[in-house]
Design a protein around this ligand. Sequence first.
Ligand SMILES: C[S@@+](CC[C@H](N)C(=O)[O-])C[C@H]1O[C@@H](n2cnc3c(N)ncnc32)[C@H](O)[C@@H]1O
Length: 264
Amino acid sequence: MKQSGSLVCVGTGMTLGAHISPVCRSHIEAADVVFVSVSDALTEQWVSGMNKDVRSLQDLYAEGKSRHQTYREMIDLMMQEVRRGHRVCGAFYGHPGVFAYAPHRVIEVARDEGYQAHMEPGISAEDCLYADLGLDPGRTGCIHYEASQYLLYDRMIDPTALVVLWQIGVVGDRSVSQLVTGMNQRALLAEQLMSVYPSEHEIILYECATLPISRPRMDRIALERFSESEISAETTMVIPALHSPQLNQKVADKFAELAELHTE
Ligand SMILES: C[S@@+](CC[C@H](N)C(=O)[O-])C[C@H]1O[C@@H](n2cnc3c(N)ncnc32)[C@H](O)[C@@H]1O
């Protein structure tokens, strides 16, 4: 039997006031308790205006504290209210399911305990970058990696595809407790990328606008200049394709054969 509490994780989008969907807003408004994890105080204030019981999760983050611990605490706080029989809404910036551990995990925990739980999508940094940079992932294909995972597990990069590297601001932090890492860690990332791309290949340091009055950051620089660039917790690296992919002639011939059979 389903328990009476419920959970929904929603996305508030990236730009304050501009990106939230009607369905996400209505879940925030209808909840008994809203837990909010957004990137700035203004956005938190804006969400607070949508429900009389909005509680911030941002204070759970701290320099030197493992984010694994922070996520456990977030999940515990949300689940305590679900178990009390409340309708709980977790409001996360961007898309709650994109490079975000706690929203996925808390939904699993709630479902395992027999509660109704689901996620509603939001506009993520990924969505914004396609619009701002005029890039279509369908044109070349697109690979997304978390930056430390790319380095640590020697993940493959296809230079004919668009590549997006997330969390470059904390690259190399295995303790998962730093808010930003340094030039030496970024140099390691640049070095690994330069085994795939020429040092002068143009990369884009991207930060979408989080306020309707601000402009996105779209700094185009040579890869070799990356380690000395200013990087924040919000910066995403976008690497346009280096060259076109090679046609597989065997497959092209097969397609032609099949097309002929179809017309006979
Ligand atoms: C924990 S993930 C959260 C992503 C978020 N859930 C989303 O939907 O975009 C944090 C990473 O998202 C990216 N990010 C966050 N804010 C951003 C912004 N304003 N512009 C571009 N990328 C951003 C950065 O790569 C950052 O390291």
